[in-house]
Design a protein around this ligand. Structure first.
Ligand SMILES: [Zn+2]
Length: 145
């Protein structure tokens, strides 16, 4: 058997923790959403209509995921963005349920479940990144010099 070179370094996550370790640093709702592919109730999280300027980082690992200038009011009750902060900030994964085919969105650094992306968003991308507020950690831009 030849296993001299494991060439999986490209897909290796930057941050890996056990379930118990995640459970220690997350609230029960954050854990349910990000590590158990959960979905928070619509309109339940204050980020859904937050309009302040700032950054939305991964609740689990702090990686930058979205910016307020790509946020729009989707009236779905979940924070929605037309694009992530960069193409490699998130990863997509096919989520083929029994009744629907969706594309799951995960943090590229720690594989936290963030939400799903749908092709009915506004321009310039036409995409709607429908995120769970519990997956995100908002930090407001510092406007003081
Ligand atoms: Zn993360």
């Amino acid at each position: 058997m030849k296993v001299d070179m494991m060439s999986d370094s490209k897909t290796k996550l930057k941050i890996e923790k056990t379930e118990a370790e995640w459970q220690q640093i997350l609230t029960p709702e954050q854990f349910y959403v990000t590590r158990k592919q959960g979905t928070e109730r619509p309109f339940s999280h204050p980020y859904h209509d937050l309009k302040n300027e700032g950054d939305y980082d991964c609740q689990c690992c702090g990686a930058a995921l979205f910016k307020s200038d790509a946020k729009f009011d989707s009236r779905t009750g979940w924070p929605s963005f037309f694009s992530p902060v960069s193409e490699d900030a998130v990863i997509e994964r096919a989520d083929n349920g029994l009744f629907s085919r969706r594309t799951e969105i995960l943090c590229a650094s720690c594989e936290a479940h963030l939400g799903h992306v749908f092709p009915d968003g506004p321009q310039p991308t036409g995409l709607r990144y429908c995120m769970n507020g519990a997956s995100l950690d908002f930090s407001e831009d510092d406007t003081s010099e």
